[in-house]
Design a protein around this ligand. Structure first.
Ligand code: N01
Length: 542
């Protein structure tokens, strides 16, 4: 039985625990497992009806991961690694959700997870040195530690235009897709947004619907995923070599082992450069493209060579030259999250698919019938919003979190998030974030970064308990220095040149700062380990 079967009024939430964990995605699940191993009491609150986080919510057609399954999986249990059978190179959302459910069953996680429960507020009591956590069920739990395992891409956003509730047809957001299959057969569908969710869902919806109109504000760079079923021999190889592979993942830049580039894109001939990009394009791996040369992330001229290569590919695939031109992005490759697709550009050759370039004719409003741009009204039976998230901070600042002296996290971060190591924030003692802003998080294979943070946080709690220490909180100067360091590193890159969700630029009014740490997961892990080895340097312990 899962907790879903238990009526919500019969549940017994403990009044007090060692740790409250918010979210039962990959982070919250593994953290609960670690805390239990340490004999600590913990509860997890989860808004969904089951585990899985991102893979629970994002059920849109075509949803897949863009990191290979054998790498996008937990490493904490060798038995789990050996027994689990992945089917595809880039598994579908249902396959990844099944994996999360398998982990929940195997480690008996559900008995400490309260589903259908959203944490609304958390307040730190200076005197008792505890957090009081409140939920939308009226629960009030005190805890020594609060861990926000709320995910980087979990607070979704809609387009900021009037009339959203006026439309009389069906509406969907990719991040809140219904649990039952949606059948678009015979329908005219409008899809707003061309990030990873749009790029993955557009070809699948277009194959079913009578007509699809795609509303694009910014085009995406997308590579063909070259997805396929995994071969038994490659699975066996990985299982035989998992320990070495996991070590290489942890020491890598993106949480995915790659041979480091040795040459600048500008020092080779056009033929050699194109051949290298072609290998990356054929490989179906984003990391292979981004690491094909040493300077793609830092040098505009070098990056332009990758841009021209992808533009050429788009023009080769898409038959209508004007549509092809509209699909070509201008910002540097990699500075917004690139996509992995199956037949994305090819889909624009279908007769039932039409691209609207919102740069020419911006969205004005949603009407009863459909969508109006500055140019005309489009009538639809269904609208799909693939409009993304208030990324990295949205899930944190939308909980009413008050730290020392009743100071609110939202207020404290008004000019942008400030953290020490992306793990905790000054003024919020005994509160940790898993893959928070200021850590590599979204620039990496999330599972690698999640495990690293969960282990670091669990080890920190163990250290405090062993030494009779009751509070841990970043020292202001250490946090300021870390924020400066994160900014310094992103300043060396081209990242700040794009209006991306990494920068907060997709949410009107959100302060624009590059939020993740761009120095790579290997370097970052070393820094975190050093901090711990030096008695949690930069934290005040009391
Ligand atoms: O969201 P997005 P997503 N009017 O923000 C447009 C991960 N992910 O859900 O770019 C008109 O990328 C917006 O336009 P613009 C991955 O990290 C991974 O697609 O802001 N348009 C953009 O085109 C990814 O990056 C996988 O100008 C508006 C789109 O909507 C992240 O999640 C799959 C608008 C939103 O794109 C988010 O992806 C899915 C407006 N008012 C997601 N507001 C894989 O693993 C927004 N848009 C493969």
């Amino acid at each position: 039985a899962t907790s879903n079967d238990i009526p919500s009024d019969s549940r017994t939430v403990p009044a007090s625990v060692d740790v409250v964990v918010v979210g039962a995605g990959f982070s919250g699940m593994y953290l609960l497992h670690r805390l239990r191993e340490m004999n600590l009491s913990a509860v997890v609150f989860e808004a969904g009806t089951d585990v899985g986080g991102t893979w629970y919510w994002n059920r849109y057609p075509g949803a897949r991961v863009d990191v290979e399954s054998l790498a996008y999986s937990y490493s904490f249990s060798e038995e789990l690694e050996q027994e689990y059978e992945w089917q595809e190179r880039y598994p579908t959302q249902p396959e990844i959700l099944r994996y999360a459910q398998h982990v929940a069953d195997r480690f008996d996680l559900r008995r400490d997870i309260f589903f259908r429960t959203r944490v609304t507020a958390a307040a730190y009591d200076d005197r008792d040195e505890t957090w009081l956590v409140r939920t939308d069920h009226g629960d009030a739990v005190t805890a020594r530690f609060l861990v926000m395992a709320t995910g980087c891409l979990s607070h979704s956003k809609l387009p900021e235009i009037p009339g959203l509730d006026r439309f009389t047809g069906a509406t969907y957001h990719t991040a809140h897709w219904p649990h039952d299959d949606v059948d678009f057969t015979g329908m005219r569908v409008g899809i707003i947004g061309t990030g990873s969710s749009g790029v993955q869902s557009i070809p699948v919806i277009a194959a079913q619907a009578a007509g699809v109109t795609v509303f694009q504000r910014t085009p995406a760079y997308s590579l063909p995923a070259r997805n396929r079923r995994l071969r038994p021999d490659e699975i066996a190889d990985m299982k035989a070599n998992y320990r070495a592979f996991r070590k290489a993942q942890r020491e890598s830049g993106f949480g995915v082992p790659t041979a480091p580039a040795t040459k600048s894109a500008l020092e080779v001939s056009d033929e050699e450069r194109d051949a290298a990009f072609e290998v990356a394009w054929e490989s179906g791996s984003l990391v292979n493209l981004l690491t094909a040369f040493t300077d793609l992330a830092v040098d505009q001229e070098a990056n332009d060579t990758a841009k021209r290569f992808i533009h050429r590919k788009i023009h080769q695939i898409v038959e209508d030259p004007r549509t092809a031109a509209d699909l070509c992005p201008e910002y540097p490759v990699g500075t917004k999250r690139p996509c992995l697709d199956t037949d994305y550009y090819e889909t624009y050759n279908r007769e039932n698919v039409h691209l609207v370039n919102l740069r020419r004719t911006p969205l004005v409003e949603v009407t009863e019938k459909g969508v109006r741009t500055s140019d005309k009204e489009y009538a639809f039976d269904a609208i799909v919003y693939a409009t993304g998230f208030d990324a990295m901070t949205g899930a944190l600042t939308n909980v009413d979190i008050c730290g020392r002296g009743g100071v609110s996290l939202k207020e404290t971060w008004r000019a942008g998030p400030r953290t020490y190591l992306g793990i905790s924030s000054a003024g919020f003692p005994n509160m940790f974030m898993i893959t928070g802003p200021g850590s590599p998080s979204v620039l990496s294979n999330m599972v690698v970064s999640i495990e690293q943070h969960v282990d670091w946080v669990a080890d920190a709690i163990e250290y405090l308990d062993r030494h009779g220490i009751t509070t841990i909180e970043p020292v202001q100067q250490a946090q300021d220095a870390w924020v400066d360091h994160v900014n310094l590193i992103s300043g060396f890159t081209l990242y700040p040149k794009a209006n991306s969700w990494y920068m907060g630029a997709n949410v009107p009014g959100k302060p624009q700062v590059f939020m993740p740490y761009a120095g790579g997961v290997g370097e970052y892990r070393k820094k975190c380990d050093e901090v711990a080895a030096h008695g949690y340097e930069g934290f005040s312990l009391s």
